[in-house]
Design a protein around this ligand. Structure first.
Ligand code: AMP
Ligand code: MG
Length: 500
C-alpha cells in the first residue's frame, strides 16, 4: 500500500457506509485463492462473516481486522483534458492480504466523492466482475474480482437501480493519475517515495540501473504497450482510457462501458458517451501511448533529480532540457514494443510459427477484409484453425461463406495457404496451437445483459453459468456452443454508457 507512505497527499481514512440487508450475488472461488480464503462446495467463503465485510458493514472477520480502510487521491486527464483531482470516489481499500489489496467498489462516499453518491449499481458491478475474471482467464493482466454483494437499497441513475459492492483485488491499484496528482502539487519528495516503492515492490530490476526512475518509466511503458497489443488481439475495447484509469502495473482496470468486438469494425466505439471516438478500438494503442506521455511529464522532476545526481555541476536549465530529451527518447520506444507484441499475437492467431517479411501485410489485408465484410472477430479466428492448408478442402467453404466479398476472401486465402506451406506443421497441430490463442468464448455484451437482467430479478444462475464458461475461454465446452455465437441481429447494438 505504497500511497500510505505519502500521507495525506495521497490517502485519507474512510469507513465504508453500511449496505442494508446484503446478499451474495456472486463470488469467485478462483480469486479467493489469491488471498488464501477458504470456500464451501457452493463456492462461498467458509466463514459467512465475509458477507458483512464485503458489503462494507463490518471490518472484522475471524482473527483479521481491517483497521485502517482508506481512499486514495489521484488526478487525471479525462478525454484528453486535465481534470484535476479525482480520487477513489466510491472505492475503499480495506487492507492487504498475501500481497493483494482488497478494495470495495461502491461502498459509500469518500473524501473524493465530489458530486457522486459513492455507490455502484448491480448492473455495472456484475459487468466488472464478469470481465475482470474473463480477462484473467484469457491471460490478460487485470485487476481481479472477488465478489459482488447486492442489496435492495436503491440508487438513482438514468432510472432507479439497486446498489451493489464489487470487491476487487490487485497487487496495487496505483494509476498514472497518482503520479500526475503529486506532480500537480509539486510534491517531489512524495513522488520519489512512490517511485521507490513501485520499484521495490513491482519493478525490482530497475534498481540496478544507473537511472532507476528512467528505467521505471520505460518498464511501465513497456508493460502498457504489451497490454495494448493483448487487448487488440482479443478485440477488447476499454471505453474510458483516461489517465486515471491507466494502471502503473500494466493491468486492465476500471471496467466501465467496455466491450468486446462482435463484428470487426476497426473504428468501433464501445462507449455510448464517446461521440468523437477518442477511445475507439483502433485508437487504444496510441491513446495508451499518449497516457504514457502524461506519465513522462509527471515524472519529469524525478528524472531531473536523477540527472543532477550524475551531473552535479550542470545548470538547472541544462538538466531540464536533458531530462526532457531523455524522456522523449524513452517514450519513443513504446510504438516498437507495441508493434512487436501485436505482430507476435496476430502471427499466433494465424497459426504462424516462423517470421516472414510479408506477414504484416497478410494480417492487415485480413483485418481490412474483415472490416469491410463485418465479420465476427472471435468466431472468425476460432474457425480459422479449422481451415485446411490444402486447396479445395470443403472445410474452407465455412469461412468463405461468412464473406460477402468472396473473391476478396479467395485472394487472401491463396496468400494465407501459400504462407502456411512455408511452415512445417500439419493442419491438426496448427489448429491445436491456434485454439490456445483464439478464444471460443468472450464476454459479449448480450450475454452479460442476459445475466444482468436475470440477476436484477434475483436469479443468479445465469451469471454463475456465464462466469463458469468464461473461466475456460479456449476450451471447446461443446455443451455451451450457444454462448460462442455472435449476437442475434436485434441485440447487435447494445449501447453501454458511462453511467454506473
Ligand atoms: P470512472 O469513470 O468510473 O473511472 O470514474 C471516474 C471518477 O469518478 C473516479 O474518481 C470515480 O471514483 C468517480 N466516481 C464515479 N462514480 C462515482 C459515484 N457514484 N460516486 C462517487 N464517485 C464516483
Ligand atoms: Mg476510474
Amino acid at each position: 500500500m505504497t500511497f500510505i507512505l505519502c500521507g495525506e497527499a495521497l490517502s485519507q481514512p474512510v469507513i465504508p457506509t453500511p449496505l442494508p440487508d446484503p446478499y451474495w450475488v456472486t463470488f469467485s472461488a478462483d480469486a479467493a485463492k489469491l488471498i488464501g480464503l477458504k470456500t464451501t462446495p457452493a463456492n462461498l467463503p467458509s466463514d459467512p462473516a465475509w458477507l458483512q465485510v464485503l458489503a462494507g458493514n463490518a471490518l472484522e472477520v475471524a482473527d483479521r481486522q481491517f483497521s485502517t480502510p482508506t481512499a486514495t487521491a489521484y488526478s487525471g486527464h479525462q478525454f484528453g483534458m486535465w481534470a484535476g483531482q479525482l480520487g477513489d470516489g466510491r472505492a475503499i481499500l480495506l487492507g492487504e492480504i498475501q500481497g493483494q489489496e482488497i478494495q470495495l467498489k461502491g461502498a459509500g462516499k469518500t473524501p473524493y466523492s465530489r458530486m457522486g453518491d459513492g455507490r455502484a449499481v448491480l448492473r455495472s458491478s456484475i459487468r466488472e466482475y464478469l470481465c475482470s475474471e474473463a480477462m484473467h482467464a484469457l491471460g490478460i493482466p487485470t485487476t481481479r474480482a472477488l465478489a459482488v454483494v447486492g442489496s435492495k437499497k436503491t440508487v438513482v441513475r438514468e432510472t432507479l437501480e439497486t446498489a451493489a459492492v464489487c470487491t476487487r483485488l490487485a497487487p496495487s491499484f496505483l494509476r498514472v493519475g497518482h503520479f500526475e496528482h503529486l506532480a500537480s502539487l509539486q510534491m517531489h519528495t512524495e513522488q520519489k517515495m512512490l517511485a521507490d516503492d513501485l520499484i521495490d515492490n513491482f519493478y525490482p530490476d530497475c534498481r540496478s540501473s544507473a537511472a532507476p526512475y528512467l528505467e521505471l518509466f520505460k518498464a511501465i511503458s513497456a508493460r502498457t504497450a504489451q497490454l495494448a497489443a493483448h487487448w487488440q488481439a482479443v478485440g477488447f475495447c476499454h471505453g474510458v482510457l483516461n489517465t486515471d484509469n491507466t494502471s502503473l502495473l500494466g493491468l486492465t482496470m476500471d471496467y466501465g462501458p467496455f466491450g468486446f468486438l462482435d463484428q470487426f469494425q476497426i473504428d468501433h466505439i464501445c462507449n455510448h458517451s464517446d461521440a468523437g471516438g477518442r477511445y475507439s478500438y483502433q485508437r487504444q494503442p496510441q491513446i495508451l501511448h499518449w497516457n504514457m506521455a502524461c506519465l513522462a511529464s509527471a515524472m519529469l522532476p524525478l528524472i531531473e533529480q536523477e540527472l543532477k545526481q550524475a551531473n552535479p555541476t550542470q545548470s538547472e536549465a541544462d538538466l531540464s532540457n536533458a531530462a526532457q530529451t531523455t524522456l522523449r527518447s524513452a517514450l519513443a520506444i513504446y510504438p516498437d514494443i507495441y508493434q512487436a507484441a501485436w505482430e507476435t499475437h496476430f502471427r499466433a492467431k494465424l497459426g504462424l510459427l516462423t517470421i516472414q517479411p510479408d506477414d504484416v501485410p497478410l494480417i492487415e489485408a485480413l483485418l481490412q477484409l474483415m472490416h469491410h465484410n463485418q465479420i465476427d472477430f472471435t468466431t472468425f479466428f476460432r474457425h480459422l484453425g479449422d481451415l485446411s492448408a490444402l486447396p479445395g478442402n470443403k472445410q474452407n467453404t465455412v469461412l468463405r461463406d461468412l464473406f460477402l466479398d468472396r473473391a476478396g476472401f479467395d485472394a487472401w486465402l491463396d496468400h494465407y495457404r501459400a504462407r502456411l506451406q512455408q511452415e512445417h506443421s500439419n493442419d491438426q497441430e496448427r489448429k491445436q496451437r491456434m485454439n490456445l490463442v483464439n478464444p471460443k468464448f468472450i464476454l459479449r455484451n448480450y450475454l452479460a445483459q442476459a445475466a444482468i437482467e436475470a440477476a436484477q430479478a434475483d436469479d443468479f444462475s445465469e451469471l454463475s453459468r456465464l462466469a463458469t464458461i468464461l473461466r475456460n475461454p479456449y476450451a471447446e465446452q461443446l455443451e455451451y456452443d450457444a454462448y460462442a455465437k455472435p449476437p442475434p441481429p436485434e441485440l447487435n447494438a447494445i449501447e453501454v454508457s458511462c453511467s454506473s
